[in-house]
Design a protein around this ligand. Structure first.
Ligand code: 9D3
Length: 262
C-alpha cells in the first residue's frame, strides 16, 4: 500500500512514521508513506495556500491551485491511487471502510484546514470524502493518521500474531474478553483461577462469557445487531436463569413499599 498525504503541516507526521507497526511496515516495504507540503505547490513569494471566501463570512478557504498541483504530482507518482479528502462532510470512517481501502494500490489523502477547500477541487481531484466521526477537529491530519493506522494493520503479514487481523473480522461486532498478565496478584486483586487452570476449553468458555457480558453491558447495540451462535445463546439463557433465581428468591411483593421512596 502506498500512502501520500497532502497537508500544510507535513511535520505533524514525523512522529507518526517513526513508531510501532507503521514504522515496521515502512521498514519492510509493506507500505510507502510520505507527507507532502501543499505549500510547495503555491505560487509567489509568500506561497499562500488560503484566501478569503467569496460572498464574505468568517474564516479562510484553501485555494484550489496549490491543492490541484499537489494532487497532480501525487497522481504522477501513484497513478492507480484513490484520492480521498478528509472532511467533516465525508462518510463516517469505520472498520468496513478500512477493509475496503486496504484492497487498493494507493491512497492520496488530502488534509483540509481552515473552513474547508475550494468546492471546485471536489469536481475532478477527489474520488471520495471521509470523516472520522461526528466531532469538530482543526484539520484533516489526525484523520489521515487514523485512516493510515487502521488500514496498515489490515495488510496481510503486518500483525505479529498469525490471525490477529482475521480474528478482528469475527470479533469486530463484539467487545473483546478481559485480559490479564503477570503478576498473579496486583494490589490485592487476583487473576481469575480459570486462566491459570490450563483447561483450554474452560478458558475459551470464560472468554466468550466475559466478551458477551461486556458487550451486553457496554454496547447492547452490538449484541442486538448480531446473529448469535448456539453457544452464545446458551450463555444468555444461563444468565436468564441466574436472574430468574434471584427474583424467585424474593418475597412475593418485593420491598418497594419499605424503601421510603414516596
Ligand atoms: C463551521 C462549520 N464547521 C463544520 C463542522 C467547519 C469546519 C470545522 C472543522 C470545517 C473544517 C474543519 C476541520 N476538520 C477537518 O478537516 C476534518 C474532520 C473533522 O472536523 N471531524 C471529523 N473528521 C474530520 S476529517 C477532516
Amino acid at each position: 500500500m502506498n500512502f501520500d498525504v497532502l497537508t500544510i503541516f507535513p511535520e505533524m507526521f514525523d512522529g507518526f512514521w517513526q513508531h510501532g507497526i507503521i514504522r515496521r511496515a515502512l521498514e519492510n516495504g509493506k507500505i510507502s508513506a510520505r507527507a507532502t507540503n501543499i505549500r510547495d505547490f503555491a505560487e509567489g513569494r509568500h506561497k499562500v495556500t488560503d484566501d478569503r471566501p467569496y460572498g464574505g463570512g468568517c474564516g479562510m478557504v484553501m485555494k484550489p491551485e496549490p491543492l490541484a498541483g499537489a494532487i497532480r504530482a501525487s497522481r504522477k507518482r501513484l497513478p492507480r491511487a484513490k484520492t480521498i479528502l478528509l472532511t467533516p462532510q465525508g462518510r463516517s470512517f469505520n472498520q468496513e471502510i478500512a477493509r475496503e481501502l486496504v484492497k487498493l494500490k494507493g491512497l492520496i489523502l488530502v488534509c483540509g484546514r481552515y473552513e474547508g477547500v475550494d468546492e471546485r477541487i471536489g469536481y475532478d481531484f477527489i474520488d471520495d470524502e471521509i470523516s472520522i466521526g461526528d466531532y469538530v477537529l482543526t484539520g484533516g491530519e489526525l484523520g489521515a493518521m487514523i485512516l493510515i493506522d487502521a488500514v496498515t494493520r489490515l495488510i496481510p503479514g503486518i500483525l505479529g500474531g498469525i490471525d490477529s487481523a482475521e480474528k478482528d473480522s469475527f470479533s469486530q461486532d463484539m467487545l473483546e474478553h478481559a485480559h490479564f498478565t503477570r503478576p498473579r496478584m496486583f494490589e490485592g486483586r487476583e487473576v481469575p483461577d480459570v486462566l491459570l487452570s490450563g483447561n483450554h476449553a474452560a478458558i475459551e468458555t470464560w472468554r466468550m462469557e466475559t466478551s458477551m457480558i461486556r458487550t451486553f453491558l457496554k454496547r447492547p447495540d452490538l449484541l442486538k445487531a448480531r446473529s448469535l451462535s448456539s453457544s452464545e445463546i446458551e450463555i444468555l439463557k444461563k444468565w436468564c436463569l441466574e436472574i430468574e433465581k434471584i427474583i424467585q428468591a424474593q418475597p412475593v411483593c418485593g420491598t418497594d413499599a419499605l424503601s421510603g421512596g414516596e
